[in-house]
Design a protein around this ligand. Structure first.
Ligand code: PAF
Length: 283
């Protein structure tokens, strides 16, 4: 495995690979890799001839006052995990390599970005769409792998790829959880031990929402209330940004729930803000 820090070096490697007929898979990350990331690398290695993992904490997707400076970083451990998982290249550019001057070109996907996360982090998805677009232009992958924990992010990237006819297949991969149900996230390290005890309540809240749907509940407000009740009982240290039951397509609730329904949560603890989701198809 080779670790590269410049766009030119990575392009040279991948151009040579593609000239030999090899297909490139891509796993974009912000590093501090956990088993969820490894599952993305596994999927990429299984389906492509070459796998690139990018490790870049993208300043554009952090708002003022968010955790850009504190975001956990450990490049050596990340490189070791990538190598063990069978990745071929780690691309770990410094900020000046990605953004040598202030960025004047921004990619926005306004409708998909607006609800849920967009209400609480209004500039976040423009930063994500812009860096993912740039990374796609640098890597030129056939397939790109994203974790379903960031459900709305997958929706934003999928829409961007479709609208801009970017020749890449977006592959969403299942959420990987700790044994007590907490979805893996690099930000879980921010949880205090009392908060860590409460964090699996998100999984239980989703289960309560799914149980309500399975029992025939079709009113989004009632499903949301079930999820909030679990969170207020089992995670009193968290502030619920949203507990939503929406159509998986538009990420909005318009009338009785039907078809592909997605349940999504965001809960803010003292420093960690956790998100999670699950879904059900109502036939
Ligand atoms: O999901 C992430 O880690 C980031 O949002 C991504 C896709 C790597 C873009 O910076």
């Amino acid at each position: 495995m080779i670790t590269l820090t410049t766009i030119a070096e990575l392009r040279a490697q991948l151009d040579a690979d593609r000239a030999s007929g090899l297909r490139v898979g891509f796993v974009p990350t912000m590093g501090f890799l956990h088993d969820g990331h490894v599952s993305l690398i596994d999927a990429a290695v299984a389906a492509n001839d070459r796998t690139v993992v990018s490790i870049f904490v993208n300043p554009l997707q952090f708002a003022e006052g968010e955790d850009l400076e504190d975001y956990p970083r450990d490049l050596d451990a990340d490189a070791a995990r990538c190598e063990a998982a069978g990745a071929d290249y780690v691309f770990a550019p410094p900020v000046e390599e990605m953004y040598p001057r202030p960025v004047d070109t921004v990619v926005t996907v306004p409708d998909v970005s607006a609800p849920l996360e967009g209400v609480h982090r209004p500039t976040h998805f423009a930063g994500v769409a812009t860096v993912v677009n740039k990374l796609f232009a640098i890597v030129g992958p056939c397939r790109a792998y994203f974790g379903a924990k960031d459900w709305q992010q997958v929706a934003v990237v999928t829409r961007m790829v479709s609208d801009l006819s970017i020749p890449v297949e977006v592959v969403p991969c299942p959420i990987v959880r700790e044994s007590d149900g907490l979805a893996m996230s690099s930000r879980n390290v921010y949880l205090s031990s009392a908060e860590r005890d409460q964090a699996p309540a998100l999984r239980r809240a989703l289960d309560a929402g799914l149980a309500a749907l399975r029992a025939g509940e079709r009113d989004s407000g009632s499903v949301e209330a079930r999820m909030r009740a679990v969170l207020s009982e089992d995670a009193p240290g968290g502030v619920v940004d949203y507990a939503a039951a929406v159509s998986a397509d538009g990420l909005t609730a318009d009338g009785p729930l039907a078809g592909d329904v997605r349940l999504l949560l965001a809960v803010k603890f003292s420093k960690a803000r956790l998100i999670d989701n699950d879904g059900l198809t109502i036939s």
